[in-house]
Design a protein around this ligand. Structure first.
Ligand SMILES: *[C@@H]1O[C@H](CO)[C@@H](O)[C@H](O)[C@H]1NC(C)=O
Length: 154
């Protein structure tokens, strides 16, 4: 009886707080091109401890990229897409980074944190995806930072 109760409590806790179990960790990433600046570090809440970041359908996984921009910017575009045969933009993404994902204006030479809550919706086929993420100054169309990494939807 006691065991059953503990089990029920556990199941309810997991169902109610699905993403709280995941701690952010550093993930591997690569440069987009030689002209574009890379972040200093990228963190993500993954379902696994190491290797390609596993993300679960129905969960929200948080990403944080830390970078030092070369230019000031007041209006920043966030664009995430994955690169399979061609680039597919993430549906329903929040493109206005100044709306809570970054502190605006972005100041050249200052450590800048970009955070994003990635909602893994159930229409995504379970697979490994090469992701490309770019932050751009909307006024000058210059890339502030760009990085590529892989996620594994499980
Ligand atoms: C960027 O903004 C800072 C603070 O507002 C200012 O001091 C600096 O001159 C600006 N730099 C450029 C290149 O516009």
């Amino acid at each position: 009886m006691k065991v059953m109760l503990v089990l029920v409590v556990l199941v309810v806790a997991v169902a109610v707080f699905p993403s709280h179990a995941f701690q952010p960790r550093r993930i591997m990433y690569a440069r987009c091109s030689s002209e574009e600046k890379m972040p200093r570090a990228v963190f993500m809440t993954c379902a696994n401890r190491r290797g390609i970041c596993e993300v679960r359908i129905g969960n929200i996984h948080n990403l944080r990229a830390i970078f030092i921009p070369d230019t000031n910017a007041t209006d920043v575009d966030s664009h995430v897409r994955w690169n399979s045969w061609f680039e597919v933009p993430l549906p329903n993404q929040q493109r206005d980074a100044c709306d809570g994902e970054i502190t605006c204006p972005v100041i050249a030479g200052q450590i800048t944190r970009f955070t994003y809550s990635l909602d893994i919706q159930d229409f995504w086929p379970r697979n490994e995806y090469p992701v490309i993420w770019t932050l751009k100054d909307r006024v000058t169309d210059m890339t502030l930072v760009c990085f590529k990494f892989k996620i594994n939807i499980v």
